[in-house]
Design a protein around this ligand. Structure first.
Ligand code: ADP
Ligand code: ZN
Length: 297
């Protein structure tokens, strides 16, 4: 059976793994995200050792963005305009390919996680669904007509603009580009900025969570109306607050106001907006799923 390598490149840490799927991860390492030079060398060293033990067929990289996922572009495999210090215009795939001589798949962290969920998790059997992460940032990706969502570049659902009632919530949002976009109002740092304590310290019955669910639902309403996903998977640190799911279900139901006549929405909302089937492993397993695709392309 072909063996694959996967890299989940996150804003705070890297996870590199070798395996064939969730029940067969042969080895894994984690290290903090620092500079491209250091992190790419660390990844190469790990996969070189693995490749010696048993040859790898391909690698996949699920990475924070913005990045260039278009195999026909001269900048394919680059992290492009990221505000992350030291990483703008980094050629990520090139050095991996050169050092390891393997095909390398490359996509956003959220498209990668969506692929992982499609292959082994909560997206199995669906041709159209969205995966969102609500953590340090808010990112969205997914599968449309059986393919990861790409277009001009890749989607940036986290930067949708949603209604913001400044009287009820004077917090101005933290997005450096848009202030109170969806990410600016909803991701972990927004909870901390608004309530002056880290999100994980807010008690489950704090009214922060109802406001959070309201904001999340506004963006979800837009996604449901534009992409018509068959399911929405929500992961990331903030969604560890499991009480949020029921609140989000209620707010989405109320906002849609009966307009979308689907039993998924009208009767089965708890199966429509769901946590990841792979828990916090969607990203790294998605990177392995990206490698599977790279191997046959
Ligand atoms: P990253 O986005 O860096 O990959 P996470 O998905 O863990 O990492 O997101 C980190 C953000 O999520 C932080 O803003 C943190 O405050 C928040 N967070 C992490 N765990 C929890 C939790 N259990 N409850 C609420 N918020 C959390
Ligand atoms: Zn923004």
């Amino acid at each position: 059976m072909a063996l694959y390598g996967g890299i989940e490149a996150g804003g705070t840490k890297f996870v590199c793994a070798v395996g064939t799927g969730p029940d067969d991860i042969r080895d894994e390492i984690r290290f903090p995200t620092t500079s491209p030079e250091e992190n790419i060398s660390q990844a190469i060293a790990f996969f070189r050792e693995q490749h010696k033990k048993e040859p790898l067929t391909a690698l996949g990289v699920a990475c924070f963005g913005p990045l260039d996922p278009d195999p026909h572009s001269p900048k394919f495999g680059y992290v492009t305009t990221t505000p992350k210090v030291g990483w703008a215009q980094t050629n990520f795939v090139g050095p991996l390919r050169q050092a390891l001589g393997l095909p390398v798949g490359f996509d956003t962290d959220v498209n990668g996680a969506a692929l992982g969920e499609w292959r082994w998790g909560a997206g199995q059997g669906l041709d159209n669904f969205v995966y969102l992460t609500i953590g340090t940032g808010l990112g969205g990706g997914g599968i449309i007509n059986g393919k990861p969502i790409h277009g001009l570049i890749h989607s940036e659902m986290g930067h949708m603009l949603i209604p913001h009632n400044w009287d009820a919530d004077p917090y101005s949002g933290f997005c450096p580009y848009h202030g109170d976009c969806w990410e600016g109002l909803c991701a972990g740092p927004a909870l901390e900025g608004r309530w002056q304590t880290r999100a994980e310290n807010l008690p489950p019955d704090h009214n922060a969570w109802d406001l959070e669910a309201h904001y999340l639902a506004l963006g979800l309403h837009n996604i449901i109306c534009t992409l018509s996903p068959q399911r929405i998977i929500m992961g990331g640190g903030v969604m560890e607050q499991r009480q949020l799911f029921a609140l989000v279900h209620n707010h989405v139901y109320t906002l849609l106001n009966g307009y979308i006549q689907s039993v998924q929405i009208l009767e089965n909302m708890d199966k429509y907006i769901v946590p990841p089937g792979l828990g916090n492993r969607s990203g790294v397993l998605g990177a392995i799923a990206l490698a599977e695709i790279a191997a046959v392309n």
